[in-house]
Write a protein that binds this ligand. Structure first.
Ligand code: AMP
Ligand code: MN
Ligand code: MN
Ligand code: MN
Length: 276
């Protein structure tokens, strides 16, 4: 059986490893099929593809699109996209372009509660001039000693309701799925266990996701405990959606699990790769 890991990050967004190093690590860990899914960008895919050919594994070209849905930020993983697709490229460009002003506001919000040098500090961790994320701020806050680790940052500063959080309008769900489909890809609802929208909100989200052409739910994710896995497996079955799995790996020392380190999908699910 092939080992699939369909969600990870590189320095093209907020991962710690260059795209080729990410691919080599996954190959070493026994991954046969890896999707590189950087936030709102496909810039790492060419290098990752070459590294995958060399390592003898399959690279699935992907991205993780930031979406605003009903006041909540959700993520949609795109798999098997053509990164040359103009519609997708323009859409991702638009999503990325809001990030600089948002980051300025995050830095100002942090300064307001006594965090000094947040803008310059975060910039030191940015690895792509195309994209700044909360993960870059998190690394600076850890380095500067404001918190112990990156989990702590999201408990005290950068998550919704906390002093370093700023609202932001990302892509709409309809647009994100349309761009992915225009690029020949499939859309996966990423780590649904993270969204604080209640059971009814979740049913509404999944129904809308499916209606708009979404293909699968990420059932296995380090963001999910055993209950979440069972819950989202049931939701996938009920809505006739396929199931995906990914480590959401960001780099050594920053991730809960290693690339490819995923259990088997629960029974009775159609894997997202079943028709590939
Ligand atoms: P952004 O896309 O700028 O909102 O940043 C989101 C990124 O921040 C995620 O992809 C993770 O890399 C990181 N992140 C968000 N929440 C957490 C958390 N609870 N613990 C650690 N990292 C997180
Ligand atoms: Mn990230
Ligand atoms: Mn995500
Ligand atoms: Mn991710």
């Amino acid at each position: 059986m092939l080992r699939y890991d369909l969600h990870c990050h590189s320095t093209a967004s907020d991962g710690l490893l260059e795209p080729d190093a990410m691919v080599r690590l996954a190959a070493e860990r026994g991954v046969d099929v890896l999707a590189l899914t950087d936030h709102d960008d496909t810039a790492g895919l060419a290098v990752a593809g070459a590294a995958a050919r060399e390592a003898g594994i399959e690279l699935v070209r992907g991205a993780e699109v930031s979406v605003s849905w009903d006041d909540e930020t959700i993520h949609v993983v795109a798999l098997r996209i053509d990164p040359e697709c103009e519609t997708l490229a323009a859409g991702l460009h638009a999503v990325r372009s809001g990030r600089d002003a948002r980051a300025r506001r995050i830095a100002a919000a942090l300064e307001a509660v006594g965090v000094r040098g947040a803008w310059e500090g975060a910039l030191r961790y940015v690895t792509s001039e195309r994209l700044i994320s909360r993960a870059h701020f998190a690394r600076y806050l850890v380095e500067a000693g404001y918190v112990r680790d990156s989990r702590d940052v999201f408990k005290r500063y950068l998550a919704r309701g906390l002093p370093g959080y700023v609202e932001h309008a990302w892509a709409t769900l309809a647009d994100a799925i349309a761009w992915i489909r225009a690029a020949g890809g499939v859309a996966v609802l990423a780590h649904p266990g993270r969204y604080r929208i209640g059971a009814r909100g979740m049913r509404r989200l999944v129904a809308e996701f499916r209606e708009r052409g979404g293909d699968a739910i990420e059932v296995l994710s380090p963001s999910h405990d055993a209950d979440d896995v069972a819950r989202f497996a049931a939701l996938a079955r009920r809505h006739g959606l396929k199931a995906s799995q990914g480590s959401d790996y960001h780099g050594p020392g920053e991730s809960f699990i290693e690339p490819g380190d995923l259990p088997e999908l629960p029974a009775g699910l159609r894997p997202v790769w079943s028709s590939w």
